[in-house]
Design a protein around this ligand. Structure first.
Ligand code: ADP
Ligand code: ZN
Length: 714
């Protein structure tokens, strides 16, 4: 805990951000929030997932003296959050029902001794008289109330215990409180303020946008699982993701199918035993590249930052649900995909479920309205993000450029005539049939059922040959989505005309629809966490190394370093610890603990795959011959626009196959070379790191590597 006077809080906060967390600067409103709370103010923070809410209370917790009490409803997450903080050298602990009495006692003692920076507590625990009593005698820095929307009775995550949190204001009027949430529309915000007595709090609203998520909604072309497979293979192979399906059966089937294609895909639904579910969730959190296939039951309180995609094989019931589920992608701010395939059957199923709902009329209308909004989003031809944000009363001036409609603007067509045919076919057949039958009639199919009903005699029989069956189904989906037709509630899937169909049928209104996208016309890209000179070898090696460290401590890999940090290592390829320390996400504690290990990996895998693609031997040969022509290593690096380190790696190959001698490459005298060779012989493991240290860092890694190579090749 740092003790600082108020005038210095700003500097102290920045210092903590840089040294403990390893980040250069605050984002958006973070600095203001941190200052406000550090100086004792109350705050309500509305920030999208991944926006960086944690730092808003963690840094004031460190700036102020005493312990910060963090209230969180997600008991399962507490342990992870505490472990992540400890990785940065922060003194954090938690108290919840999962602990033994002895463990809890230890934590309480630390609290009373002022030995904790942060204490995570479940709300029901916090409200116990004994706990409140304890707190009134402990030195407290602040209260942070995470997931503050849980106080709202109208919200989706209501927690009765949360309502009692207003007691904090009464019992501890001088301790600042900060409430945070990522999901609160206007009414919910007002409810939070009311129930937590935050009337004096400053409200910081960062909006809801998740700019790194690319929204894509494509048509289920009858082979949704193939489409899903293609999407994963093309864009997210080996990466973590969540696939949502509507039914348990479908979950099992999809998980199996993806597994049969060589992916690690685990099912998650209420039909599985508790233990299996727990185990699958654990693997998803801890291992790299696990895909969870789940019903909507999965995801609440999943804090995994590197989920690269969320795929929907079902149609969510509302935009709220869609936004929350897709929001689990890309918490780390790196590019992520929200991908969905939906089709006619989804629309029919949901419409039916709704019709059958036993909810009272008002509620039913609300659900109806929400589904309409969701369907509207699916059939939209303009920017999806603008529509999403508008739904949440948030505003985006320009189309986003990062959704399917922005990237590949859909073509539209005047579907008025076709819709008239489709609608009148419904009318002529007595509004008693489903889409498949209607399409057969439009196409003039000859089968018994049609002639039995005499529908081969009606005017719409065979008038629709200009479109094929798939195109007619698409059209029906679109007009059902638009509410021109309604689906029967008995479950046979027959459709009936609604009042909105009338003006179209009468030719009083035009209907413009999006053209069906032919398969594979999705905007395709490889979302790698890094850009620029791609070096997949180094990237994979860094992830391998991170995984080994994480396994050793049995913590999730992201707690060592986030993908973003590894990506920056891959791009910048730092050559010294000092350079490594400048990479975002590497604070002092982690630099100490892991820096050298990662540096070794970088030095051993430097260069870019671009070179490797034209054959590592060719490019190395090129450097070797330039050296033989009398160029210095620096000359070669400049000339070839490659890093010094890469050139040394090339030259090492020359040493390895005896094309070059050590003296050709490095400029050292005999005594120095002897010293290094000697150090290698003395070292137990022959590792560069060991030798580097035994020589007190006197020689660069590149030099050591060359000497080592010459030793093993001679
Ligand atoms: P939230 O709780 O709002 O979902 P987090 O607090 O988990 O978001 O932050 C999301 C990610 O952004 C984390 O990886 C976090 O370390 C990172 N982050 C937060 N603030 C900054 C910052 N100022 N600079 C760099 N990275 C940051
Ligand atoms: Zn867009």
């Amino acid at each position: 805990m740092l003790h600082t006077d108020t005038s210095n809080t700003e500097a102290a906060a920045l210092h903590i951000l840089q040294t403990i967390y390893g980040y250069d600067a605050f984002r958006n409103q973070q600095a203001d929030i941190v200052n406000h709370v550090s100086n004792g103010g109350d705050a309500l923070v509305l920030m999208p997932t991944g926006g960086g809410k944690s730092l808003c209370f963690q840094i004031p917790a460190l700036v102020r003296s005493g312990t910060a009490i963090v209230v969180s409803p997600l008991i399962a997450l507490m342990q992870d959050q505490v472990m992540a903080l400890r990785q940065n050298g922060i003194k954090a602990a938690f108290l919840n029902s999962s602990q033994s009495a002895m463990e809890a006692n230890g934590v309480e003692t630390a609290l009373m001794d002022g030995d904790l920076d942060m204490l995570y507590v479940a709300p029901e625990r916090l409200m116990m008289p004994r706990m409140l009593d304890l707190l009134s005698r402990a030195p407290l820095a602040l209260f942070a109330i995470d997931e503050a929307h849980c106080v709202s009775q109208w919200g989706h995550d209501f927690r009765p215990e949360y309502i009692k949190l207003s007691i904090l204001h009464e019992r501890f009027p001088d301790i600042p409180r900060i409430a945070l949430t990522a999901t609160a529309d206007g009414p919910t915000q007002r409810e939070i303020i009311e129930r937590l007595s935050l009337h004096e709090a400053r409200v910081f609203n960062d909006g809801f946008d998740r700019p790194n998520i690319r929204y894509r909604i494509s048509e289920n072309q009858g082979n949704a699982r193939e489409q899903l497979l293609r999407f994963i293979l093309n864009e997210h192979e080996g990466e973590a993701g969540i696939v949502y399906c509507l039914s348990r059966k479908r979950v099992d089937e999809i998980a199996q199918w993806l597994s049969s294609k060589g992916m690690t895909a685990l099912p998650y639904h209420a039909g599985l035993g508790n233990e299996v579910r727990q185990q699958h969730q654990e693997r998803f959190l801890r291992e790299d590249g696990v895909i969870i296939v789940a019903t909507i039951a999965f995801g609440m309180g999943i804090d995994k930052p590197d989920v690269r995609f969320v795929a929907h094989l079902n149609l969510p019931k509302s935009i709220e649900a869609y936004y929350q589920e897709t929001g689990r992608a890309g918490r780390d701010g790196l590019p992520a995909d929200a991908w969905m395939a939906y089709g006619l059957q989804d629309v029919i199923t949901l419409r039916q479920m709704q019709g059958n709902s036993s909810a009272e009329e008002g509620r039913k209308r609300l659900e109806q309205h929400k589904l309409d909004a969701m369907l509207g989003l699916c059939e939209l031809t303009t920017c999806r993000r603008q529509a999403l944000l508008r739904y949440f009363d948030d505003n985006l001036d320009q189309p986003c450029g990062n959704c399917d409609n922005c990237l590949t603007p859909p073509e539209t067509w005047d579907a008025t005539l076709a819709a008239q045919k489709a609608l009148s076919c419904v009318y002529r057949t007595g509004q008693r049939f489903g889409v498949s039958y209607l399409v057969d009639v439009l196409l003039g199919k000859e089968h018994e059922r049609i002639s039995q009903f005499g529908h081969d005699k009606i005017s719409t029989y065979g008038i629709g040959t200009e479109l094929n069956a798939t195109e007619w189904r698409t059209l029906y989906r679109q007009i059902i989505a638009r509410g021109l037709l309604k689906v029967d509630v008995e479950g046979y899937g027959s459709v009936q005309l609604t009042d909105t169909a009338r003006p179209i049928l009468k030719g009083e209104e035009q209907l413009t629809l999006r053209k069906m996208v032919k398969a594979t016309k999705n905007p395709s890209r490889k979302t790698r966490a890094f850009s620029g000179a791609a070096n997949n070898t180094l990237w994979d090696a860094l992830r391998e190394h991170r995984k080994a460290l994480a396994t050793e401590q049995s913590i999730p890999a992201y707690m060592i370093f986030h993908d973003a940090t590894l990506a920056e290592m891959t791009e910048r390829q730092p050559q010294t610890l000092e350079q490594l320390g400048r990479i975002s996400g590497i604070g002092e504690r982690k630099l100490d603990a892991y820096g050298q290990g990662f540096l070794d990996v970088i030095l051993a895998n430097a260069g870019t795959d671009n070179e490797q693609n034209d054959g590592i031997n060719d490019t190395a040969a090129n450097s070797i011959s330039l050296l033989k022509q009398g160029n210095t290593v620096e000359d070669i690096a400049t000339q070839r626009k490659l890093s010094l380190n890469t050139i040394y790696n090339h030259l090492c190959q020359g040493i390895a196959n005896s094309e070059l001698s050590l003296n050709d490459v490095i400029d050292l005298d005999e005594a120095q070379i002897k010293e290094i060779q000697f150090a290698f012989e003395l070292s137990e493991d022959g590792k560069l790191k060991t030798v580097f240290e035994s020589l007190d860092g006197e020689y660069d890694y590149t030099i050591l590597k060359c000497v080592k190579t010459s030793l093993s090749s001679s």
